[in-house]
Design a protein around this ligand. Sequence first.
Ligand code: 5AD
Ligand code: FES
Length: 355
Amino acid sequence: MIQLNEILSKNEFTKEEIIYLLSLEGPEKTALFEKSSAVKLATIGNKVYYRGLIELSNVCSKDCLYCGIRNSNENVHRYNITDEEVLEVSKFAWDNKYGSIALQSGELRSPAFTKRITNLLKKIKEMSNGELGVTISLGEQDEATYQEWFDAGAHRYLLRIEVSNPALYYKYHPGDHSYEERLECLRALKRIGYQTGTGVMVGLPFQTLDDLADDLLFMKDMDVHMVGMGPFVEHHDTPLYKYSNLLLPKEERFTLTLKMIAILRLMMPDINMVAATAMQAIDPLGREKAIKVGANILMPNITPGKYRDDYKLYENKPCTDDAAEDCKNCLEARVHIAGHEVGYGEWGDSKHFGK
Ligand code: 5AD
Ligand code: FES
């Protein structure tokens, strides 16, 4: 405990110290979670902010080996939400005082797609007198596109690096994926002035504690404003599925993710961190637990019900049968269980932004 208390009193860790923290069990693990919880409450308080998640389309040009909606998966029924539907659910978010929405989709790059998003962004801003915050998560694009969307009203962008170790990155992203290009996208987003978010999956096959420690140092080094980390959840229609025997048990992937969130909260006390939906795919109280140890953002799914089942990045995805109204009530109860409050009607910007 002496060694642990000494480490926990710092906010800069060496890689060895991070690996040590990731390995904690029992009362020492509890001490880590108590510390990260206290640091969060002292730095950013007990508010949890909503980003109503709209899964625009599951059409994707990429072929990430872990992802259920990868281009080569022919067992996916592909969909595209209409603009009217997007506006309708955005209005739901606005009417219900969600501070922000998040538009997410498989990766598409074309002038028509760029234009469609630009128009949508303008309409959403118009509908809400410019007040509804808009996060977008639309993959790798060129800088001009990012700039066009920023000018149209988007102010936050999520682009997970997925794994920061380039060798592992290429293992999961063969073909024409480029690690360097992804990094360049993150740099461009920051240059333009987006609140920029990245993140990783935890518990992938072949990933080690060493890699995870590097992931945390990567996020600190990139000085991002927002982070989303979730456990890897295998999907039977993906090439990675055949390595399922190499995986940690689901519960361990879950706990490891909690530790990642807790340690990053100590390293970057004022960033926004999401309690990822994938946490709940493993543990029914997964998102509450993530909030307790350091997360402060929830992304209630407001995708129209008829599409939800088709946006399956991983198996056992929760809430695919629920209506947005049910999710709202359910999530609010969950936030209260975790001893927190929902920040209704507020953007809930990353306090790290602009520093
Ligand atoms: N398990 C967990 N998370 C996944 N993602 C994609 N596939 C999986 C999976 N099988 C995550 C990626 C992506 C985010 C939208 O979902 O990290 O960035
Ligand atoms: Fe969607 Fe609970 S969060 S139903």
